[in-house]
Design a protein around this ligand. Structure first.
Ligand SMILES: C[S@@+](CC[C@H](N)C(=O)[O-])C[C@H]1O[C@@H](n2cnc3c(N)ncnc32)[C@H](O)[C@@H]1O
Length: 516
């Protein structure tokens, strides 16, 4: 939790010539006022407060961003004035507190140029308490951001060198044309994520998410199993290295080998640790993603590292060694406008353990759907998670006394995973457990089906080019290739006449089949 602070523009600034002119004056003053301000509590390592499209290496041409708190932002060009609905940030907490004076300062300037349509939130708070509310719901604000992402500005068409912040860029152009112009695909200017979303077919945009800094939002419906992100690491960082100095040195070495744009991009990543570490280590610890469960290195990514956490995540990150890239796949259908989330947890954890882990390692209090369940439902969820863990342990240690018991446990675990809304790697792992039980029992018919299911579930979360998926495909074709395979004991004819699922899981009318 925490308090937000901000102002809304209502009614919206229609993109008339007069409004655009006024908006440009507003921008000019913001840049004059804040362009040379440095704040050591800010988000950038060099402390510079304003991030503008004119900055070399700027990855966002659509916004002027204040690199404090949750990075409140404004459309960087007068043609985008209609989409300027809100300027805000969370302001409580060590990472977000520096934002408040800037928001108040920008509010004053906005009031000066945009007048009575500028409303600081406390003017709208009916209750008088510290929770403040804007004119718009967040969905309207996100929708406006999305629409802004579809706009192109005159500078995009002209050359790869002009800055959007040229005072003349907006004024000298034919404004009615500008709104309709599509971006020149040969432009050498970097595009924002949202521009790329439409240009390169990406299904997401990186944008501010309340109380989380930046995040990744679906810009269209994404179907289960879709590869949303496939990204090579900017560089790798040692994991489990006890010497902080050694990690710092490794990052500095890696940074030196990057060009200036990539170095700046690194420093624009979130640093949850503030002054607790050097900026190198702080950024790395906040953003590094594992390159495989056994890997001794993690990777830093410009886009994948922007994906926030949810304990009920809708996407899965995996290191795909076959293509040397980190992939993020949709675990379920994700609707347009929904945030794409992964899990930062190293294993399944109950509520209080999750909260403690996320606070200690990533310095935030998780308020995802699962963590916000009413206490009774949260207890039920914890109970299911405990049961899943206990079954997993039992199967993992080979304690299941017979193949029947083993399969029944796996089936129970799959049901619990489904009830809990978990579609992650636990699903293919469970099918693989069932496969192993069948293989060790010489049961080729069931082994084949379980391997097929493990393969299909693995493809959803990793794609069919992952090494694990490839191995499962081979096992599904010939289960007997597995080293644990034994000569079969029961004949496939035994399946005749039985319900398929009951046969598969060795259950008859819900009772154990005790034939073996
Ligand atoms: C890898 S970064 C994710 C991207 C980041 N939000 C940004 O602005 O670039 C991890 C940091 O994001 C924030 N974060 C991630 N998930 C969050 C969540 N569910 N709630 C609040 N903050 C979150 C925390 O500050 C965390 O340390």
């Amino acid at each position: 939790m925490g308090f937000d602070c901000g102002f809304d523009i209502h009614p919206r600034l229609e993109p008339t010539a007069a409004n655009k002119d006024q908006y440009q004056r507003f921008l000019d003053e913001i840049i004059r006022e804040y362009g040379d301000i440095y704040d050591e509590r800010g988000r950038r390592a060099d402390g510079k407060v304003l991030s503008t499209p004119g900055d070399a290496g700027a990855s966002d041409r659509l916004h002027i961003r204040f690199m404090v708190g949750e990075c409140p932002q404004l459309p960087s060009h007068p043609n985008g004035c209609y989409y300027f609905l809100r300027f805000s940030s969370k302001i409580s907490g060590s990472l977000t507190s520096p934002a408040e004076p800037y928001i108040k300062g920008v509010y004053k300037t906005a009031k000066k140029y945009l007048g009575s349509r500028v409303h600081f939130w406390h003017e709208m708070s009916e209750t008088g308490d510290e929770r403040q509310f804007g004119y718009y719901d967040w969905q309207t604000v996100y929708d406006a951001e999305k629409e802004l992402g579809k706009l192109t500005y005159p500078a995009d068409e002209r050359s790869g060198t002009s800055s959007l912040l040229d005072a003349d860029a907006g004024r000298s152009s034919n404004s009615t044309q500008c709104l309709d112009l599509k971006q020149d695909s040969s432009s050498s200017q970097p595009a924002t994520s949202s521009q790329l979303a439409s240009k390169n077919g990406k299904a997401y945009a990186i944008m501010p998410v309340p109380s989380k800094g930046q995040g990744v939002i679906a810009t269209r419906k994404i179907h289960k199993g879709t590869r949303i992100i496939s990204e090579a690491p900017m560089f790798k960082v040692p994991r489990d290295e006890p010497s902080i100095q050694a990690v710092d040195d490794a990052i500095i070495r890696a940074l030196k080998s990057l060009d200036r744009d990539d170095q700046r991009a690194f420093f624009s990543l979130c640093n949850a640790y503030g002054k607790a570490h050097s900026p190198f280590l702080g950024i790395a610890r906040t953003n590094v993603l594992p390159l495989g469960s056994e890997a001794r290195e993690g990777g830093l990514f410009l886009e994948a590292s922007r994906v926030n956490h949810s304990c009920r995540h809708n996407a899965q990150n995996t290191w795909n060694a076959s293509i040397g890239r980190l992939t993020i796949h949709a675990l379920c259908d994700i609707e347009e406008g929904q945030e794409i989330t992964i899990s930062y947890l190293a294993r399944r954890m109950e509520h209080s353990e999750r909260q403690g882990f996320l606070k200690a390692k990533f310095l935030f209090d998780c308020s995802c759907d699962l963590c916000m369940l009413p206490p009774a439902q949260r207890q039920e969820s914890d109970l299911r998670l405990r049961s899943i863990q206990s079954i997993d342990d039992t199967i993992g240690t080979g304690v299941a006394s017979t193949p029947n018991t083993g399969l029944h446990l796996v089936r129970a675990m799959l049901r619990l995973l489904e009830e809990e809304g978990i579609w992650d790697a636990g699903v293919p792992r469970a099918y693989y457990d069932a496969f192993q039980i069948a293989v060790m029992d010489g049961d080729e018919a069931r082994a084949k089906i379980f391997a097929e299911r493990a393969y299909a579930a693995r493809v959803v979360i990793e794609g069919d080019d992952s090494p694990t998926a490839a191995r499962l495909r081979k096992l599904a074709e010939r289960p007997s290739q597995h080293p644990l395979y034994q000569v079969r004991k029961d004949s496939p004819q035994e399946i005749d006449g039985l319900e398929f699922d009951d046969w598969l899981w060795r259950e008859t009318n819900g009772q154990s089949d005790r034939s073996s």
